[in-house]
Design a binder for this molecule. Sequence first.
Ligand code: TRP
Ligand code: SF4
Length: 339
Amino acid sequence: MTEPQKPQRILSGMRPTGRLHLGHLKGVLQNWLALQEEHRCFFFAADWHALTTDYANPGIVQSTIWEMVIDWLAVGIDPDKSVLFIQSEVAAHAELHLLFSFITPLPWLERVPTYKDQIEQLREKELGTYGFLGYPLLQAADILIYRADAVPVGEDQVPHVELTREVARRFNHLYRKPEQPLFPEPAALLMPAAKMPGLDGRKMSKSYDNTIALDESWKATEKKVRAMKTDTQRKLRTDPGDPERCPVWEYHKIYSTEEERGEVCAGCTSAAIGCLDCKQILLRHLEAELVPIRQRRQEIAARPDDVKAIIRAGNARANIEAERTMEKVRRTLKMGYRV
Ligand code: TRP
Ligand code: SF4
């Protein structure tokens, strides 16, 4: 991710759909951490977005939100630096979404690549709904209501930011003088695709059951790492292995020092070290990263009222910002009745 130079307004959302894992930490949250040091960041739980696909199970969203926020805080997302809030607590997102729906041609939504893909992939969820088609437009409202300059997203979300730019342009063009646009066109800050492979070498994802969750115990993590598959051709301790065929090696690439990688490579290919020795090196690094996060997590989880207060303050701040934009929008659309 190349960061913008000057302090900017950054906005990003995460859907509360399940426990966060190492993939979220490496692929998303560490980017947020870097951004909050230099920029004005707004981070929110996209609960309405979760409902577009999980409308049949609203309970999941409710319970997951708090766990997700606790994870954010535990890894160091700092409410003194960033505004943390819940989407549905800022009802103006829905109002702006509605107003955008009037000016958005259907083909713009139908051609978003995630649309048809997801309907296919999640066939059992019946996503032929009005709301699911509008998913990226709701996202456009999320972004534009804060007049964000930049949006950190994964590759799959780039078309949504592009749509957001098109909607901003169309609104400005229809309703505003060229020299007075209301909405800036936000840039997508592409986050490098999840660097973190799952325990089996595929992408880390709860649907593959190959994750290391942020909230699991260190014992559970240790057990999973010890059970990780290694080079399948290294059947005996005395057989030499090839790190390139081994998912453990992918983790060493992320966590281990150059020196350690040298040792692992030499030890593996000559059968001088066993796979458990090799994993032990990795476990030391994982422990150093995860144990402090989990300790903070427990401390934070023990104070649910403080977590609620953080979100309450974030919601209030977000509402003020959103309302500022909406006043301009209503005035622009000749809807400031002031009765
Ligand atoms: N669609 C995003 C995702 O699935 C979540 C999201 C909703 C979002 N609104 C957003 C991300 C606004 C960035 C900005 O990951
Ligand atoms: Fe994989 Fe390490 Fe075993 Fe080699 S020694 S096969 S890199 S776990």
